[in-house]
Design a protein around this ligand. Structure first.
Ligand code: MG
Length: 393
């Protein structure tokens, strides 16, 4: 028997298997530049593949999540964070009959615009850019996939579909939204993105809260005893100890964390699915027309999750040692910005060329954006070595 592959048939079957409220590749609003169909993949598979092959994606490996890369080999980086987000988001997506390819694309791209040194880096760059439109990593992720990647012969950026771009742009001020074209519309009209985007946003939160507990424990900056004051942790901790009284503490906490993740995912699936039926949602258009997101935790879990989040904020992110790292990271980013902004001739050739062009076109505003793009792209170690270099020169 000869088997001849028929992509259209396979894609059709895949789309038929999705829930009615899923986002379908065949109904995509398309790409800014029309490229025609791919012979081997759906539109969202193609988006995901472009993201994986991008330079910005590879840079995530050397960008800080909370702990600076060189502090230890086992801490999360932006890359492993993004992979964990994709894992959680895909599981949720599959369980609800949503489009897993779109979910994966959004998850892997969501942090592409993040600076080096975690939130400290972004805050510093935002302060440097305060008179020039500010800096926000979420907008920058979109900027990376829309403009900054230089990979394809026919266009700048990755020319992704509307749906993936919409998912990347999680939040946006009204002022910015007016300049964003189609992806900005929903912020003005107060409508929602697809469910894949909504759920990936929550998967991001599930991933970072839990891996930050794990990394926090690993670093010794927070302890199990402290975490036991947090209801959601304590509840699972008691059960783990009851079932496995002689477990090594590291395994104990691993087990607690996986149980919390499980509990959050189950609650999210349950609440979202009941929201779908309560609101009689029967299409992707229904999802988008809602005034509030359908993907949500129950009120009980929302409160417990918020308590975990504020615990981490107070005890880990505000910890003296993390603050010290943040302060030195902010110094690096700020000094890099000031140097390149005041002496653009010190920029590498490609960026200098762009800087001169933008300076002519938009004055300091344009120059500042070129410098911010260059700095935002830097990995932790590249930023440190550039900073070192500037001092020597
Ligand atoms: Mg993230």
């Amino acid at each position: 028997m000869t088997i001849i592959y028929d992509l259209n048939k396979e894609l059709g079957l895949h789309e038929q298997s999705l829930a009615p409220y899923a986002t379908r590749s065949s109904e995509s609003r398309g790409r800014i530049l029309d490229e025609g169909e791919c012979e081997t993949r759906s539109e969202f598979q193609r988006d995901r593949d472009r993201i994986i092959h991008s330079k910005a994606f590879r840079r995530l490996e050397y960008k800080t999540q909370v702990f600076i890369n060189h502090e230890g080999d086992l801490y999360r980086t932006r890359l492993t964070h993004s992979i964990e987000v994709a894992q959680i988001a895909r599981s949720i997506s599959r369980a609800l009959g949503l489009n897993e390819d779109l979910t994966e694309a959004i998850a892997l791209a969501h942090d592409l615009g993040h600076t080096a040194f975690g939130h400290a880096g972004q805050d510093a760059l935002n302060t440097c850019m305060r008179d020039y439109g500010g800096f926000e990593h979420n907008l920058q992720s979109l900027r990376v996939v829309d403009t900054l990647e230089e990979k394809y012969a026919n266009f700048d950026g990755l020319n992704l579909t509307f749906e993936t771009r919409e998912g990347i742009l999680k939040h946006c001020s009204l002022k910015n939204a007016r300049n964003m074209g189609a992806v900005g519309e929903r912020f003005i009209q107060r409508t929602q993105p697809g469910l894949e985007a909504q759920l990936t946003n929550i998967a991001d939160e599930i991933a970072y809260n839990n891996h930050d507990v794990d990394d926090g424990l690993r670093s010794g900056l927070i302890t199990i005893e402290q975490l036991r004051q947090v209801e959601i942790f304590e509840h699972q901790y008691e059960q783990v100890v009851a079932h496995h009284p002689n477990l090594h503490p590291k395994r104990q906490s691993n087990e607690v964390i996986r149980r919390i993740i499980n509990q959050l995912i189950k609650d999210l699936l349950h609440t979202t699915s009941s929201n779908l039926s309560k609101n009689n949602i029967s299409s992707a258009a229904d999802v988008k027309a809602m005034k509030t997101p359908l993907a949500a935790f129950s009120l009980d879990i929302k409160a417990k999750n918020a308590a975990l989040k504020s615990f981490l904020y107070k005890n880990l992110y505000q910890h003296e040692r993390v603050q010290e790292m943040s302060a030195s990271a902010q110094k690096v980013i700020t000094e890099l910005f000031e140097t390149f902004f005041n002496q653009p001739e010190r920029l590498p050739e490609k960026h200098l060329y762009l800087a001169q062009r933008m300076l002519k076109k938009e004055g300091d505003y344009g120059l500042a954006r070129v410098v911010a793009d260059y700095i935002a792209g830097m990995t932790d170690r590249y930023a440190l070595s550039q900073h070192q270099q500037l001092k020597i020169d």
